[in-house]
Design a protein around this ligand. Structure first.
Ligand code: ADP
Ligand code: ADP
Length: 228
């Protein structure tokens, strides 16, 4: 599903955030991306949904090559990729329902289909009874569940999560992991950057470790490998 060869990223200020990245990720995998702060994890993840363009190298997602992708084609790529952030990025004035429906409305689904699908994903994340709330009225864990619902409402084949439990307490983090595992079990590929040693060492998955912009470790059922 994802193929990167010889990928390098140098930011305009000269910082080389990634170099020599060769990696394949298959459909249905659950992959943790770990490493110290500043290692290049976010850059790696942002390249997958084309928030960051590689400076060199080859990237293919499904059948789309990214290095030569035109800006106007990026929305088509993103339609098939859900993204979840550490800080949720919900629209504060919209209800839970509207935050999730928004992603479908922009692709002009019919209203009945939108309603059915939004309630289905809110049910999946356990928030059907809070559809009318606004983000401020929810706990952090609930807000992250809304952002997961929003990310999967289009049925993307790939879900990217950049430190999704970074702002949450341990108990809430386990709830979020349960939901992500369920989504993965239904066939969605998941790539998750994380600093949670507990999660990585408990829910065993493939671990890709990045240090100094390079992949230094890539193990199925790997360990977190750092002290914190
Ligand atoms: P991580 O997610 O592992 O903390 P990042 O990918 O955010 O690492 O950053 C990798 C390196 O690239 C760091 O040195 C960081 O300061 C630098 N960097 C990240 N984003 C930018 C940017 N937009 N412009 C310049 N340098 C950046
Ligand atoms: P670049 O990395 O040089 O911006 P892109 O292929 O991503 O190259 O962009 C192609 C065109 O789309 C450029 O004219 C660029 O200004 C525009 N563009 C790039 N990013 C954005 C954005 N976030 N929003 C709107 N237009 C953008």
């Amino acid at each position: 599903m994802i193929d990167m060869q010889g990928v390098q990223k140098t930011y305009p200020n000269g910082v080389q955030a990634l170099s020599g990245i060769d990696v394949q990720i298959d459909e249905g995998e659950f992959v943790y991306v770990v490493g110290p702060s500043g290692a290049g994890k976010s850059t790696f993840i942002k390249m997958i949904y084309r928030e960051v363009k590689p400076s060199k190298g080859y990237i293919r997602i499904h059948k789309q090559t990214l290095h030569n992708m035109k800006w106007k084609d990026v929305p088509y790529l993103r339609r098939n990729i859900g993204v979840v952030f550490q800080d949720f990025k919900l629209l504060p004035r919209l209800s839970v329902y509207e935050n999730v429906a928004f992603a479908l409305e922009v692709i002009e689904e019919n209203p009945k289909a939108i309603r059915r699908r939004v309630m289905e994903v809110l049910d999946l994340v356990g928030l059907k009874n809070k559809a009318r709330f606004i983000p401020d009225e929810l706990s952090g864990g609930e807000q992250q569940r809304v952002s997961i619902a929003r990310a999967i409402v289009n049925k993307p084949s790939l879900l990217i999560a950049d430190e999704p439990t970074g702002n949450l307490d341990p108990e809430t983090s386990w709830e979020i992991m349960n939901i992500l595992e369920e989504i993965n079990a239904s066939g969605t590929t998941i790539i998750m950057a994380t600093h949670s040693k507990d999660i990585v060492n408990t829910i065993k998955k493939r671990v890709i470790a990045i240090e100094g912009g390079r992949i230094v470790r890539d193990e199925s059922r790997g360990e977190y490998g750092y002290d914190l």
